[in-house]
Design a protein around this ligand. Structure first.
Ligand code: BES
Ligand code: MN
Ligand code: ZN
Length: 496
């Protein structure tokens, strides 16, 4: 998908489809105004007839108009309510879905002329690219009858008012990088669990490292045993597929600058282990590596954007399977930190692989650590599918991540992480148990992790509710790549 920027003359622009926003009853954007004048009132007549409808995201496709050179015009309604982030994205989505079913090779999109309250032109431009790419994503389905490639290959964007094409061009490229990272995350998540194995994640990291000039190291089971990653290894014990510990380093910052560390949960399939999950929807536990996938996608985007930061990705990855060698409820293991853990439920495995990765993070002397994990079903109950759960041992970091989620539309919402929640994790047989009771399950999981993150600023994103969709639309969403990219872009000081 190609994007280019061009200030157009709406009446004299040759295009397969010219996309124009309409705000009925309010003033027309520059492009709409020109179309209206050049078509000697046809536009107004159609609007008066009520052909467009007054709801946000309603569309009217006009097959050619006298006085206009574009082959078609697509009108997109902003709606009666004031425009906001979601309504703007809905317009881009509606446009994309309609055009995807038409034999167009190119479109010229003037939705960027709209003003979204509280947002600037750079935001509008980025959201058009991201939302369009998100809508056009297709699952790489394994089939003997592959769908034909879409004909629509290029999009010409009319730059937002007051934004020169020179300033806008790098913004579009950055948005493309974020979309590329998001697509990678979705592809990995959507792969079936017999394909997306720990080894596949390791190979993906290695090939990313080659393409994007990152250092990649993968620890095998022996190396993990030598280090003492007893918690991670306990989860891997039931599977014939060997665990992998992926370390990926992007060095875009000053050589001595302390890195930011991203940690992603990479359970390529979560059966629950001996504490076996019930059968319904168990297939969705192939998405239990979406934290890892989002960290890899973010690394790809960061490298393509060439952000002036040092970023380290740590990905503990394995399967959680029952079997003759599997860990039992009641087993006690020693984590890399030295702290011992009584594993009361083998289905609380995410925290076990993460705790060793979080301890490993210490050796990078990080400025901060963010982990991303499909950690608890309780988080889906608490926040639904709208926001990721956000917990941190640092107020500033939590606020930064929440703000990045807000701007990017990939939202996270805070939950408390008070000392009080530690109580339930007490064990008579080890330093801690791996589960507390049912109440506050998302918070007690994070409280468990917090015992391994005392030496640095840390935040935790529970993405159990947002990483994938169920039902007819089943598939990975690519969240929270946008949030993480926005956070890192802000950190790099390249706001906009
Ligand atoms: N991967 C699951 C969490 C999950 C479940 C995410 C359903 C999305 C949908 C995680 O490993 C898990 O099984 N967590 C348990 C923890 C419990 C045993 C304390 C859970 O949430 O039920
Ligand atoms: Mn589990
Ligand atoms: Zn899991």
């Amino acid at each position: 998908m190609e994007f280019s920027l061009k200030v157009i003359r709406p009446a004299h622009t040759k295009s397969d489809c010219l996309v124009i926003p309409i705000t009925q009853g309010r003033c027309l954007t520059p492009a709409a105004l020109v179309v209206e004048q050049s078509s000697s009132g046809t536009l107004q007549r159609l609007l008066k007839q009520g052909d467009l409808g007054k709801e946000n995201g309603k569309l009217l496709l006009i097959p050619g108009l006298e006085g206009i050179e574009a082959k078609r015009i697509l009108l997109v309604e902003t709606g009666a309510d004031p425009l906001n982030d979601n309504r703007f994205r809905a317009m881009v989505r509606a446009m994309t879905q309609t055009l995807d079913n038409l034999p167009v090779k190119e479109i010229t999109c003037a939705l960027g002329e709209l003003e979204v309250p509280g947002r600037d032109g750079a935001w509008v431009l980025e959201q058009i690219v991201l939302t369009l790419r998100e809508t056009r994503y297709r699952i790489p389905k394994e089939t003997i009858d592959p769908a034909p490639l879409p004909s629509w290959k290029s999009t010409i964007l009319v730059p937002p008012v007051g934004l020169s094409t020179k300033i806008a061009e790098p913004l579009v490229e950055r948005a493309q990088a974020i979309a590329n990272g998001t697509d990678l995350t979705r592809d990995l998540g959507n792969l079936p669990p017999n394909r997306c194995t720990p080894q596949h994640l390791a190979e993906t990291a290695q090939s990313l490292g080659k393409t994007w000039d990152c250092k990649v190291k993968v620890l095998d089971r022996d190396a993990m045993e030598k280090l003492g990653m007893g918690a991670l290894l306990a989860v891997a014990a039931g599977s014939h597929r060997p665990p992998q510990f992926i370390i990926m380093e992007y060095a875009g910052g000053k050589s001595k600058a302390r890195p930011l560390v991203l940690v992603g949960k990479g359970i390529t399939f979560d059966t629950g282990g001996i504490s076996l999950k019930p059968a319904p929807e168990m297939d969705e536990m192939k998405f239990d590596m979406c934290g890892a996938a989002s960290v890899l996608g973010t690394m790809r985007a960061v490298a393509e954007m060439k952000l002036p930061l040092n970023v380290v990705a740590l990905i503990p990855t394995c399967e959680n399977m029952p079997g003759g060698g599997a860990t039992r409820p009641g087993d006690v293991v020693r984590s890399l930190s030295g702290q011992t853990i009584e594993i009361l439920n083998t289905d609380a495995e995410g925290r076990l692989i993460l705790c060793d990765a979080l301890t490993y993070a210490e050796r990078f002397d990080p400025t901060l650590v963010v982990d991303v994990a499909t950690l608890t079903g309780a988080c889906v109950i608490a926040l639904g599918h709208e926001a990721a759960g956000l917990m941190a041992n640092d107020d500033g970091l939590r606020a930064e991540l929440q703000a990045a989620g807000d701007v990017s539309g990939d939202r996270a919402w805070p939950l408390p992480l008070w000392e009080d929640y530690q109580e339930g994790l007490k064990s008579n047989f080890a330093d801690m148990a791996n589960i507390a009771g049912r109440p506050g399950g998302t918070i007690t999981a994070a409280s468990f992790l917090s015992r391994f993150t005392k030496r640095y600023r840390w935040a935790h994103l529970d993405i159990a509710g947002v990483a994938w969709k169920s039902g007819k639309e089943k598939g990975a969403t690519g969240r929270p790549v946008r949030l993480l990219c926005r956070f890192l872009m802000d950190r790099a000081g390249s706001k906009g």
